[in-house]
Each structure stands twice: as C-alpha cells, then as structure tokens.
Design a protein around this ligand. Structure first.
Ligand code: C5P
Length: 257
C-alpha cells in the first residue's frame, strides 16, 4: 500500500525555511503543542482478548509505535495517553522509555472514544495552546502529516486530515440499495486532528451539556459553528480495525524518520 503522491503532504520542513509549528533544528518544543492518544478501546472487532493497540505491529506494540511518532516530533511538547482503566500500569511501563524525551501522562479512559478524549483533555497541561488528537490504532502517521495539521490548526483554529472518497457510495437498507450518494464532496476523515486548546475544551463542554455524541473531535467543533480546515491525509495512515488490517500492516515496512 503506497501513499498516493497527490494526497501526501510534502515533508513539513522545507529546505527554504521552517514551518511555523517546528522549532529550529535541534531545538526542543516549547511545550505549547500537546498530543492526546486515545487508546482505551476494547478493540472487539479485532477478536481475541487483547485490545488491538497492545498487539505487536512487528516487534513493538501498535500503541508504542504510534506514541513514538509524537514523542519524536519536534513540535510536540507533551503527550497524554488514554488507557483502559485495567491496563494503566501496562501502558505506563510501555511508554516509560519515551517519557525520558518529554512529559507523558497516562490516564484512564471512558466508555466511548469521546469520553476517553475528554479524560485526556483534562490532563493536558495548561501551557498547551494546540491539542492534537490521534487514534492509537493508526501507527503509520507521518511527521509531515502531524506538522500539517498543527500548522493548519494554528492558522484556522481547527484542522483535520482526510482523503476524497473514491468508491461509489450507496445508502443500503435491509440489503437493498435505497439511493446512490453524490461522492463529489465526500471525504474520508483520519486522525491526527488538531485544535486550539480553548476551542476543543469549549466543544467538549458543549457536547457534554447537550449529551451529544460525535465520532470525531471535529464534529464537536463543527457544532460550535467554527470552521474546520481540511488538509490532505495519507493512504498509509490506515486505522487498524480487523485482524486483516493488522496482517496487512505487518507486511508494510514501518517508515523511519
Ligand atoms: O473504536 P475505534 O476504532 O473507533 O477507536 C479509535 C481509537 O479510540 C482507538 O485508539 C481506541 O483505543 C480509542 N478508544 C478509546 N476509548 C474508547 C473507545 C475507543 O480511547 N472507549
């Protein structure tokens, strides 16, 4: 599975100058970008008893590979990993080596992803003004993609990455086609997503007050009437959901950077 050149952002750090989200080479982040990694799901579609984020990608567990991308990104100053309550110690042990690079906090999650992200948000340091949210089960995120959403969130307040839908999409009811959806404006959304911290907090507070359930953070921000910028996602940035996804992922060579 190769990335489509059209849809993969170029490497964030252009030779001619640095991106606004990136410190000078060699300089560590000022701590103003925090990443929340929701990893508290049970992963039932994967089958088996071990949640999918703990399964090995090649040698390292999926979760560690994912968190590692953010720990090594120069703009990221702190990480909050949201873990299943029963696995807090296991996750803390897993990320211990990364915690030498930057503050990594492990907190228990909630029954649904949105609850888990809210738990993570409560642990984000006050100093962070941009918050990234990235699914633990997308271990092929690239540094360029992280940079792109941070930069877009700095400019626009809220940013997601997505790819245009290429398949024909139909609405199906009881095994029969009801209608064909016009796909020309449809995009399949990925993580990471990035937001100004105050905006994400406001969006989560409102969703909680209204008992609203969304499938991603952007949905909560959209409800505030705030525009959400879309940057090109990556075909490599797959979400591992089924055993087949994991098998395919194991055959992909992990990108090093
Ligand atoms: O279930 P789904 O595949 O949408 O999960 C996406 C991400 O959200 C996964 O990394 C999963 O561990 C996380 N999640 C969570 N808390 C939940 C459910 C899912 O942190 N209650």
């Amino acid at each position: 599975m190769r990335a489509h050149p059209e849809h993969v952002p170029r490497q964030g750090r252009a030779r001619s100058g640095r991106r606004p989200s990136e410190p000078e080479p060699g300089e560590r982040s000022d701590g103003r970008v925090a990443a929340i990694i929701p990893a508290a799901g049970a992963g039932r579609r994967m089958g088996g008893r071990t949640p999918k984020q703990f399964l090995r990608l090649t040698t390292a567990p999926v979760l560690l590979v994912t968190v590692g991308h953010f720990a090594r990104h120069p703009a990221v100053g702190s990480i909050v990993v949201v873990a299943p309550a029963a696995h807090i110690d296991r996750v803390a042990r897993l990320v211990r080596s990364l915690a030498r690079r930057l503050p990594v906090t492990v907190v228990p999650g909630g029954p649904e992803r949105q609850d888990s992200v809210r738990c993570g948000l409560a642990a984000v340091p006050e100093a962070a003004d941009i918050v990234l949210v990235h699914d633990a089960v997308r271990p092929f995120v690239s540094p360029a993609l992280i940079t792109a959403v941070i930069d877009a969130a700095r400019r626009h307040g809220a940013a997601i990455c997505a790819l245009p839908v290429r398949e024909t999409v139909k609405r199906v009811v009881d095994g029969y086609v009801e209608s064909t959806v016009d796909r020309s404006a449809l995009w399949a959304v990925q993580t990471p997503q990035a937001f100004r911290a105050a905006l994400l907090r406001e969006a989560h507070d409102k969703a909680r007050r209204d008992a609203f359930r969304g499938t991603d953070e952007a949905m909560l921000v959209e409800r505030l009437g705030h525009p959400v910028r879309v940057v090109p996602g990556s075909e490599e940035n797959v979400k591992l959901t089924t055993p087949g996804d994991l098998r395919r992922a194991r055959t992909l060579r992990r990108r090093r950077w």
